[in-house]
Structures are given as structure tokens and as C-alpha cells.
Design a protein around this ligand. Structure first.
Ligand code: AMP
Length: 538
């Protein structure tokens, strides 16, 4: 069915303004009465009637046949609805056969999808605007061609997919790389800051094309803006593609993620057992970032599904997805353990494990001391917001249950930072704390010694970082005396402080006085003489 966007009314844009056409986008299933256009007081159509509905007349048939035949497409049959309109058909314009007889569209008017003229009709098969039978036929041809192409693309895609899955992938040095002299390779590595240890480490690649990746993956790299590999990628990708174990280190932002993701993708592509790879990341944010990058690189590759297992998001959807034959798990250790404990999920099909930023993963917790409850709450929130680390505050307002939970969390490395008032300063053996920060210097040396003593218990070494300012000036000399013998380099502001020198001088004077009042072999005669003199004077 070929439906009018509006009833044919010969009308130029500046014709009778009292005649207003209300246009409806027509639905092919609707009744023709609903589908036609309403006119109000439409003098220009040359009718006195107040009839407000019009429909297509038999003239459509006349024009349909030659136009469709010319273009070699099936005739556009008129629906039954279209044939009942003879009564007022005389009022109508015949449907335009040819595009050239249609006017150009005014701003805001519908436009023919084929030629850009006034899109007066709606093609019922596609719901697109067309200007004439000619363009409708062309439009249908185009649509059919597109559908055919899509079907053949899908066919080619599935063939390519089958090919991709059936062809084994082995990494070997590209001929360009093989053609380089040893000195050239060493020079390249030197210039790029690549240092390697290990046996028969393959040469670095220079371009992604040297890896022989499938076209889809090469395109994904380009789409992500990865034109050339970064140094860590140049060296790590061939080693990973060979399936070797790697311990790699490079600066933040140097492209490490793609350096491990690309070999992982190539390795799991043909794996049938799922999950095939596990990527552990220390923080939720990093895990999310890795998954995003993985999805970008995997786009269009067959059966490559990922799951993100991180805390802070509901667990059931993550568990559900984990069970949907996912190839790659990206997880934080805490959430992964939680899931493994709670469910029957097993990881024996996992062949590749990547631990991203292992230093962060196993970093012992930090204990920060402040001097008030509000300070503990505020600092804990700020540290969490700024660094993303798992933080909590500990002070006397926490209930016993909360305190126990926090201490357990600290021991189980659930918390990376605890900000505490003096309540954690004494007695407790927090064996895994290696770093204490005295954010507020305690008011007494006794307290200070207990607090720094929380780091490095049971003979382990630990570190304390102390912030000190003039609020603690009375302790300057005591702190220096206590800390200097450990070999710690003290800040010049402290060492040069007049308060410190004043305290030092007073102490020396006190010592002198004390010494002079003590009886020793050296001063005994002086003391006797002084005593005699005083007595004789009396
Ligand atoms: P990463 O060190 O893995 O966190 O990567 C840092 C940023 O560099 C990320 O935004 C990556 O998308 C981007 N990146 C990684 N490899 C390349 C590359 N070869 N070319 C351009 N950008 C890259």
C-alpha cells in the first residue's frame, strides 16, 4: 500500500493560507479515514463541502503500473481501502509518478529519503517518507539491496567467526622483526627503556600488525586510538602471546592494561571452557577500568564475554552473570573470595591469571592517628574519597561491635587505612600494620611512643611518619632525642627551631646544676673548701 502523507492538493507554499493541512504519520494498519489529512475551510480544493476526509482515488493505479514496471519492481497493489474513495476522488491530486514532478520541501517539511524533495507519502513497507512512486520503487530496491547485503555480511561474519575459532594461533616473530640485526634490537630496547630478564625472551614488536591479530582486533585497536604499541606493550605482548609467565613493571599510564589484555584475548578466544581467564585488580575503580578496556578490545570477537566482580555493587547480578559462560573474570580479591565462599562456582577452567598492581594488592594497612573523633571521621572520609582506598574511623563513640568489626577488618585486610584517635594507641598487637602516621602529634611523649610502636610488632620493622608543628613545640627536643638515634633524617625546620634550642639549652643548664650538686672524686675538695668558707663567714 502506498499511503499519502497528505491528500493531494495542488498547493504551493504561498497559496491560500486559510487552508491548513494537518499531517499525520500514517500507520499502514490504520483505517483510511484516520490516515487522511484534514482540511479546514479549504477553498483551494474547489469544494463547498465541509467534508474533512479524503482518500486516494483510482488514479493511483494508473500511475503505479508504469512506474513500477519501469523500475523492475513488483507492482504496488492498492489496498481495498483505497478503492472506496471514488466519491470524492475528484478532489484529489494523483500521486506523483516521478520525482521531478514533486516540489522541493519547505523547511520543516518531510523529505523524500531518496531524492530529498517533499516527502509527501509514506512508504507503508518501510515507514519512510517518499516523494513519488519512482522514489518509492527506488527506495524499496535500496532497502532490498541493504537487506541482502546484511544477510551476506552475517553469513560472512559467521564464516569468518568459524574460521577464527578453527584456525590455531601461534605467535612468531614477524619478518620485519626477524630482519633486524641484534644490535638494532638492543639499541631499540635501550632507547625505549626496555630491560628484560629471562631465557630466550622474544624480540619486541614495533607495530601491532606484527602480531598477526584477527582483523576485528586490529580494527578495535585503531578504534581505541592505539596506533602504535607503547614500550611495555612492544615487549610484553609477544612474550604473553607465547604463553610465557611474565612479571612486568612500568609506570602508571604506560599502557600495561592493554599489554596483558591483548595476549589474554588471543589466548581465550579459542577456549571452550569458561571462565578461561581471571584478572585481579586491587581496587573497584581499576577493575571497572580494565573491564571497559577489555570490552573495547573484544568488540565483535565471537563469544567473548566478561564479568566484573567487585564490592560496592549488588552481588546477585554479578553471580548470575558469572554463570553465563563468561570468558574473562575481572575481580577484586575481596569480592571474588566472597563469591567463591558463597556459591558453587569453581575456577578450575581458568588457564590465565593476571594480577594487576600486585604491590597494592598485598599492601599492609596503614594506621593513622588523629587527636579527636570528628577529625577521625572527616579524615577517613576524605582519604576514601580522594584515593578510593577502603578506610574507616575508630574512636570512643564506636560501639563494641563496631570496634571488633574494624579490628577484624584490619587484620583481614578489608580496610587499607584506619584513622583512629588514641583508642588504638596502646596494647593491641596489630601485627600486619607496617606504617603508622601521626597525623596529629600526641600531647605527650609517652603517647607518641605507644602510637609509633603499633608499626612493626614482634620484631618486624615498621615505619612511622609524624606531622609536627608549633602546637607541639614543648615536645620538640624530646622528639629529636628519641628519633635521632634511629638514623631518621629530621626536617631542618624542626632542627633549627628556636624552641628546640631553648629546650636544649635549659636542659644543659639543668644538667650542669645537677652535676655541680653531685659529689665526685673530682669536685670533692672544691665542695669541702666551699663549705668551710661558708661556715667561717658565719
Ligand atoms: P594504562 O597504563 O594501561 O592504564 O593505559 C593508560 C591509557 O593509555 C589508557 O587510557 C589506554 O587506553 C591508553 N593506551 C594504552 N595503550 C595505548 C596505545 N598503544 N596507544 C594509545 N593509547 C594507549
Amino acid at each position: 500500500m502506498f499511503l499519502p502523507r497528505s491528500v493531494k492538493v495542488k498547493r504551493t507554499p504561498d497559496e491560500d493560507k486559510s487552508c491548513t493541512a494537518k499531517k499525520h504519520k500514517l500507520s499502514s494498519g490504520g483505517s483510511l479515514l484516520e490516515e487522511t489529512t484534514e482540511f479546514q475551510d479549504c477553498k483551494s480544493v474547489g469544494t463547498e463541502t465541509s467534508a474533512s476526509t479524503y482518500s486516494l482515488s483510482e488514479t493511483v493505479q494508473e500511475h503505479t503500473e508504469p512506474a513500477a514496471a519501469d523500475l523492475g519492481v513488483a507492482n504496488t497493489p492498492l489496498g481495498k481501502d483505497n478503492q472506496n474513495t471514488d466519491e470524492d476522488g475528484s478532489l484529489e491530486e494523483p500521486i506523483k509518478s516521478f520525482s521531478k514532478s514533486q516540489r522541493w520541501a519547505e523547511p520543516g517539511e518531510p523529505v523524500c529519503v531518496v531524492c530529498g524533495r517533499y516527502g509527501e507519502y509514506i512508504c507503508d513497507k518501510t515507514d519512510e517518507d517518499v516523494c513519488s512512486l519512482e522514489c518509492k520503487a527506488k527506495h524499496l530496491l535500496q532497502t532490498q539491496a541493504k537487506e541482502k547485503q546484511l544477510r551476506s555480511d552475517q553469513c560472512t561474519d559467521s564464516q569468518a567467526e568459524a574460521h577464527l575459532l578453527n584456525t590455531p594461533y601461534f605467535y612468531k616473530d614477524h619478518s620485519f622483526i626477524l630482519g633486524l640485526q641484534d644490535e638494532q634490537v638492543e639499541n631499540l630496547k635501550l632507547q625505549l627503556g626496555i630491560a628484560v630478564q629471562g631465557q630466550q625472551v622474544p624480540r619486541p614488536i614495533v607495530e601491532f600488525e606484527h602480531c598477526g591479530f584477527p582483523e576485528t582486533l586490529n580494527n578495535n585497536l585503531k578504534n581505541s586510538g592505539y596506533e602504535v604499541p607503547t614500550p611495555i606493550q612492544m615487549q610484553m605482548i609477544p612474550v604473553g602471546l607465547l604463553g610465557r609467565d611474565i612479571l612486568a613493571s612500568a609506570d602508571t599510564g604506560s599502557g600495561k592494561t592493554a599489554a596483558f589484555l591483548l595476549p589474554v584475548i588471543m589466548k581465550v578466544l579459542k577456549e571452550t571452557e569458561t571462565p578461561s581467564a581471571l584478572i585481579l585488580a586491587p581496587t573497584r575503580e581499576l577493575a571497572i577500568q580494565i573491564e571497559r578496556q577489555a570490552k573495547e578490545l573484544m568488540a565483535g570477537l565471537p563469544n567473548m564475554r566478561t564479568v566484573l566482580l567487585v564490592g560496592g555493587l549488588p552481588l546477585p547480578p554479578q553471580l548470575h552473570r558469572l554463570k553465563q559462560s563468561v570468558k574473562v573474570i575481572i575481580a577484586t580479591p575481596g569480592r571474588l573470595l566472597e563469591i567463591l565462599k558463597q556459591s558453587s562456582v569453581q575456577l578450575h577452567s581458568v588457564k590465565i591469571v593476571v594480577v594487576d598492581e600486585d604491590k597494592k594488592l598485598f599492601k599492609p594497612p596503614v594506621l593513622v592517628f588523629v587527636d579527636c573523633k570528628l577529625g577521625a571521621d572527616l579524615l577517613s572520609d576524605a582519604v576514601h574519597k580522594i584515593t578510593g582506598l577502603q578506610c574507616t574511623a575508630m574512636h570512643s563513640e564506636k560501639s563494641q561491635v563496631e570496634r571488633t568489626d574494624i579490628l577484624q577488618g584490619l587484620l583481614q585486610e578489608k580496610y587499607e587505612v584506619i584513622v583512629s584517635t588514641g583508642v588504638l594507641g596502646r596494647g593491641l598487637d596489630l601485627v600486619n600494620v607496617k606504617l603508622v602516621v601521626n597525623f596529629d602529634m600526641p600531647s605527650t611523649m609517652d603517647e607518641y611512643v605507644h602510637q609509633v610502636g603499633r608499626a612493626g610488632r614482634l620484631g618486624h620493622s615498621g615505619t612511622a611518619i609524624t606531622f609536627i608543628n608549633n602546637n607541639s613545640k614543648k615536645l620538640f627536643w624530646d622528639v629529636v632525642k628519641r628519633v635521632k638515634p634511629t638514623g631518621t633524617i629530621l626536617p631542618p625546620q624542626l632542627l633549627n627551631s628556636p624552641y628546640l634550642h631553648d629546650q636544649k639549652r635549659r636542659e644543659q643548664q639543668r644538667l650542669k646544676q645537677l652535676q655541680s650538686s653531685l659529689v665526685t672524686g673530682d669536685n670533692i675538695m672544691d665542695i669541702i673548701k666551699k663549705h668551710n668558707k661558708n661556715n667561717s663567714q658565719r
